[in-house]
Design a protein around this ligand. Structure first.
Ligand code: ZN
Ligand code: ZN
Length: 365
């Protein structure tokens, strides 16, 4: 193995600096980070327990005895503090020791009871914050893009193999298990989420996880899956057809393809997520199928398979170069079937780069 080029290593000091700029604006002395993906982003520590405290000059990673050695190895840029008591007691102890005078916390993540215990023990103002680290995470560094592209490449390869196994009589669950197996063996870490393999009427459920149903002639089958590499996810969907598609099947598939292309055509830095979503929705609308596209067009992908930004009617913020988003229009007819095509794309200043390379064609089997 050669040495990792330094430009693809995680730039923790840049990330912490960006976060501190945000905290300064709100005059917050220290930020308690409990969301695991945010903790991983700022520390590199991926153990299942622990939290991070980012102060103006110092950041402290707290974890328990089981993970101390791992934390020292993964987060050599941070002070590591052993957790011996409840989170609220450890936080109170450190706030006191460091002389911090206000504590920000992730308001969307701390539970009611943890908040209550914190408020009882920490004697400085507690300030709920939203999406502070998520906003920084949305714009990827070159090292992150490197990992995301690797993950996307693995899903492309796995899809090619699974296509050869699609046939009437095979169970959705068996195809999902096979996909997991292929991805693990080819260097993936873990499934990015629970795989969707949804055939026939089940393909009308946008989140129809693989079931015991067997594929049959004359059915759509939607695959929606992804894998992580170095902690970064991929996410792609394709719709196949078992047997020979009828006119209606082909028509629906074509409209989904056109909707996706319309969105990709206008996707670039400076455009907001709602506008991109509207471009796809307009194509559906011409067929009178707006109501059949019941979810947002896409979402950011990174440490979490679903993260900021949103490509949906709610996506008011402008896209920025370096964001990675999915473009996944779908049309669903309840009790009958549906089609979704999902690609990952990298937002650039003059357009976007599609990171998913699998053919979008609804190859009949
Ligand atoms: Zn997906
Ligand atoms: Zn997705």
């Amino acid at each position: 193995m050669g040495e990792t080029p330094s430009n693809i290593l995680p730039d923790y000091s840049r990330r912490l600096k960006k976060l501190r700029q945000e905290l300064k604006k709100q005059d917050i002395d220290v930020f308690l980070i409990t969301v695991p993906a945010n903790r991983f982003y700022l520390s590199g520590f991926d153990g299942s327990a622990g939290f991070l405290m980012v102060g103006k000059y110092k950041a402290i990673l707290v974890t328990d005895f089981r993970y101390l050695e791992q934390a020292e190895e993964q987060s050599s840029h941070l002070e590591i503090h052993p957790m011996k008591n409840h989170i609220s007691e450890t936080v109170a102890f450190l706030v006191n020791r460091e002389g911090w005078s206000s504590l920000g916390f992730e308001g969307e993540h701390i539970s009611y009871y943890n908040y209550k215990w914190l408020a009882e023990r920490v004697k400085v103002p507690l300030i709920p914050l939203r999406q502070k680290v998520e906003k920084i995470r949305a714009i990827k560094e070159s090292g992150e893009l490197h990992l995301i592209k690797q993950a996307a490449g693995l899903t492309d390869k796995a899809f090619k193999i699974i296509c050869s196994q699609v046939r009437p009589g095979i169970k959705e669950k068996d195809l999902a298990a096979e996909l997991e197996h292929i991805l693990k063996k080819s260097g993936g870490e873990k499934p990015a989420f629970q795989y969707i393999v949804a055939s026939g009427p089940r393909s009308a459920r946008p989140h129809g996880v693989a079931s015991d149903k067997k594929l049959a002639e004359g059915e759509f089958v939607i695959f929606d899956f992804g894998v992580t590499v170095g902690g970064y996810a991929s996410d792609m969907s394709r719709t196949l057809f078992v047997g020979k598609p009828a006119e209606k099947h082909l028509e629906i598939w074509k409209v989904v393809m056109e909707a996706q292309q319309a969105a990709i055509n206008i996707l670039r830095a400076g455009v907001n997520g709602a506008k991109v979503d509207a471009a796809a929705r307009k194509v559906m609308g011409k067929k009178g199928w707006s109501e059949n596209f019941g979810h947002g067009l896409g979402h950011g992908v990174g440490i979490e398979p679903h993260e900021a930004p949103l490509l949906s009617p709610k996506g008011k913020e402008k896209l920025v170069s370096g964001m990675v988003v999915t473009v996944e229009p779908g049309i669903y007819f309840k009790g009958w079937g549906g089609v979704r095509i999902e690609d990952m794309v990298l937002v650039t200043d003059d357009g976007c780069e599609v990171l998913t390379h699998s053919a979008r064609e609804m190859i009949p089997f």
